[in-house]
Design a protein around this ligand. Structure first.
Ligand code: FE
Length: 343
C-alpha cells in the first residue's frame, strides 16, 4: 500500500484509539517486518500530538514453521518490557498475544493494539464506533450467561459451562488503559469451565481452520468430554488436524479454548481467497460465524498455556445462551447486534 494511504488509515486508527497530546505511543517490530507500518503509526502519533518511539527486536533465533503462540521474544529482555510498560499505548506489530510479557504490559496500564494483517484489509475493515456498540451488546449478553449451546445441521451439539472466565470483546481499536485489541476484529468470546465442555462438534465443508488457513473440505467429527477432545474422526481434514495437535506432544493441546461469535457484515467468509497471507482476522470476524478454539486459555486467565492453538470459525451454526437463541443459523437474533440496515 502507498505510504500516504497507510499513514491515513493509521491516523484514523489512532484517532479512534483516543491518542492525544501528552501520551507516549510505543511501536514494536521484529527483524525487518512491517517497517512501513511502524513509520505510519509514528507519523500518526505525532500528528495527534503524542510522543512516540520504535522498538525493534531481533528476528527470532529459530523458526519451527509452526504457529507456536506465546513466544514474544521479550522473555529475556526485561529492560525492553519496562520501556513498553511506561508507554500509554503499545502498537504491537509482532503478535505478542498469549505471552506473559503482553499481560505484564497490560497490567501496567498500557493499552495494546495488535496490527499484523495486510494493509488493504486494515483499510476495508476500519473499525467504527457503531460496530463497537454492537460488539459490546454481544459482550454484555455473553458475560451474564451461565451456559452456551451450539448446534448445526451437520450434527454439532456441544455445551459450554460458562461463568468461570471473563468475556472479551474485540472491535479493532482501544481507548481504555490496559485494554488489548486487534485491528481488524469484530467478535466476542469467553471460555468454558476447564472441565465444563461436552458434546460433539462437526466441522462442515467451508468451515475454516486457522492457522492452516484452509477451508474444511470433508466433515470432521470432534468428540469432547469434560473440556478435552477425546476423538477426531473423518477424512483428510480430520487427519491433518489430529496430526498437527499430536505433533506438540502436549495433552493440553486437546483443551477447549475460547468460544463466541462474529459481527462484521463487511468481513467476507471467502476472505482467505484474497488474504491468505494474513492471520485470518477477517474469518474470525465475519457476521454470524460461530468460532470455537482449541488449546490455551491463559488469555482468559486459565491454566492452559500450551503453544498449540486453533481458531475455527463455522458457518450456519445456531448458538444459545441459557437456552435463548442468539445466533440462528448464522443470523444474529438481537437487533442491537445487527447492522443498521438489518434491524
Ligand atoms: Fe484464538
Amino acid at each position: 500500500m502507498d505510504q500516504n494511504l497507510l499513514n491515513d488509515i493509521c491516523l484514523q486508527q489512532l484517532t479512534l484509539s483516543a491518542v492525544h497530546e501528552g501520551e507516549t505511543i510505543s511501536v514494536l517490530t521484529r527483524g525487518d517486518e512491517r517497517a512501513g507500518y511502524a513509520n505510519a503509526f509514528m507519523w500518526a502519533a505525532q500528528k495527534l500530538g503524542a510522543s512516540t518511539f520504535h522498538m525493534r527486536l531481533p528476528s527470532p533465533a529459530s523458526a519451527s514453521g509452526a504457529w507456536a503462540v506465546g513466544e514474544s521474544g521479550l522473555g529475556t529482555n526485561p529492560v525492553a518490557v519496562d520501556a513498553l510498560k511506561q508507554s500509554d499505548m503499545l502498537v504491537d506489530l509482532t503478535f505478542l498475544l498469549f505471552s506473559k510479557e503482553q499481560f505484564a504490559i497490560q497490567d501496567a496500564g498500557t493499552r495494546i493494539l495488535t496490527t499484523v494483517e495486510p494493509a488493504p484489509l486494515l483499510a476495508r475493515l476500519m473499525p467504527t464506533r457503531e460496530l463497537r456498540e454492537r460488539v459490546e451488546t454481544g459482550a454484555e449478553l455473553l458475560a451474564k450467561a451461565g451456559s452456551m449451546r451450539i448446534t448445526s445441521p451437520h450434527g454439532t451439539d456441544v455445551t459450554y459451562r460458562l461463568g468461570v472466565y471473563p468475556t472479551i470483546s474485540e472491535y479493532g481499536y482501544t481507548d481504555q488503559p490496559g485494554r488489548w485489541d486487534h485491528w481488524p476484529a469484530a467478535f466476542v468470546f469467553t471460555g468454558g469451565a476447564d472441565d465444563g465442555v461436552d458434546g460433539t462438534i462437526v466441522l462442515a465443508p467451508g468451515d475454516v481452520l486457522l492457522p492452516f488457513n484452509t477451508y474444511v473440505q470433508t466433515p470432521v467429527t470432534i468428540t469432547i468430554e469434560q473440556g478435552f477432545i477425546r476423538d477426531i474422526r473423518g477424512g483428510l481434514d480430520a487427519d491433518l488436524l489430529a496430526s498437527y495437535i499430536k505433533s506438540f506432544d502436549d495433552p493440553r493441546g486437546y483443551g477447549m479454548s475460547h468460544v463466541g461469535w462474529g459481527l462484521d457484515e463487511r468481513a467476507h467468509w471467502h476472505g482467505l481467497t484474497q488474504f491468505g497471507g494474513g492471520m485470518g482476522m477477517e474469518l474470525r470476524s465475519f457476521y454470524g460465524n460461530v468460532m470455537f478454539s482449541i488449546g490455551p486459555n491463559n488469555e482468559l486467565g486459565g491454566p492452559n498455556d500450551t503453544p498449540c492453538h486453533f481458531d475455527i470459525p463455522m458457518r450456519g451454526c445456531s448458538l444459545y445462551l441459557d437456552d435463548e437463541l442468539i445466533v440462528d443459523a448464522g443470523e444474529l437474533t438481537v437487533p442491537q447486534m445487527r447492522p443498521a440496515g438489518r434491524r
